[in-house]
Design a protein around this ligand. Structure first.
Ligand code: GAR
Length: 199
C-alpha cells in the first residue's frame, strides 16, 4: 500500500475527493497516513478528523524563522514515512531539502492548464481571475510532479474545462474543481499507486 501524506492550507475539497475515492475503492493501492496543514482551524483538518485520519499543524508563525519552520515541516513529513506527498491546495513553498529527500514523490494540483496561469503569485482564486482577465475560452487543471521551480515539474495529468459567458472567478473555480480537480488528483494517485503495486 502506498503511504500518502496530504498537505493542505484551506478548505480541503481536494483532500475530500481523495478520501472519498479511497472509500469508494476507486483508489485501491493507497492510504492516507497523515494530513499536514500550515494553518490552524481550517476545514481540511475537520475533514481529516471525520475520516479518522491523523493530522498535524506546522504553522510558520510558531517558528523563529523560515529555516526553523522548514526543518519542522520536513521532520513532520518524515514522521509519517510517506511514499507519496500530495500537495492538495498547500500554498507554501516547499523547502528544497524536502524536494531533494522526496524526488519524484511529491505531486501538486494546480487549477489551470500549465504552462498557462502558473508560477509565482498564481494560486487559488488568482489563477481564475487571471484566466478571465485574459479571456481564455478553455482552462482546466494539472497534476504535476514538484521540482525546484514553481509549477515547472513533469506533468502527470491534465483536463480542460470550458469558460462560460458571465463566469466570475468563484464560479469558474467551482467548475474547475468539479469537472477537473476532484477527478484528476485521485486519478493521479491511483495511477502512481497501481504502478508501484505492479513493480
Ligand atoms: C485548489 O483549487 C487547488 O488547485 C489550488 O488551491 C485550491 C485548494 O482548494 N492550488 C493552487 O492554487 C496551487 N498553486 P481545496 O483546499 O478546497 O482543495
Amino acid at each position: 500500500m502506498l503511504r500518502v501524506v496530504v498537505m493542505v492550507s484551506g478548505g480541503g475539497t481536494n483532500l475530500q475527493a481523495i478520501i472519498d475515492s479511497i472509500s469508494a475503492g476507486e483508489i485501491k493501492n493507497a492510504g492516507i497516513v497523515g494530513v499536514i496543514s500550515n494553518n490552524y482551524g481550517v476545514y481540511a483538518l475537520e475533514r481529516a478528523k471525520k475520516a479518522g485520519i491523523e493530522s498535524a499543524v506546522v504553522c510558520p508563525k510558531d517558528f523563529l524563522d523560515r529555516a526553523a519552520f522548514n526543518e519542522a515541516l520536513l521532520d513532520k513529513v518524515n514522521s509519517y514515512e510517506p511514499d507519496l506527498i500530495v500537495l492538495a491546495g498547500f500554498l507554501v513553498v516547499i523547502p528544497e531539502k524536502m524536494i531533494d529527500a522526496y524526488e519524484n514523490r511529491i505531486i501538486n494540483i494546480h487549477p489551470s492548464l500549465i504552462p498557462s496561469f502558473c508560477g509565482t503569485g498564481y494560486y487559488g482564486l488568482k489563477v481564475h481571475e487571471a484566466a478571465l482577465a485574459r479571456g481564455v475560452k478553455l482552462t482546466g487543471a494539472t497534476v504535476h510532479y514538484v521540482d525546484k521551480g514553481t509549477d515547472t515539474g513533469p506533468i502527470i495529468l491534465q483536463k480542460a474545462v470550458e469558460v462560460k459567458e458571465g463566469d466570475t472567478p468563484e464560479i469558474l473555480q467551482r467548475r474547475v474543481m468539479e469537472e477537473a480537480e476532484w477527478k484528476l488528483l485521485p486519478a493521479a494517485i491511483s495511477k502512481i499507486a497501481d504502478e508501484k503495486e505492479s513493480k
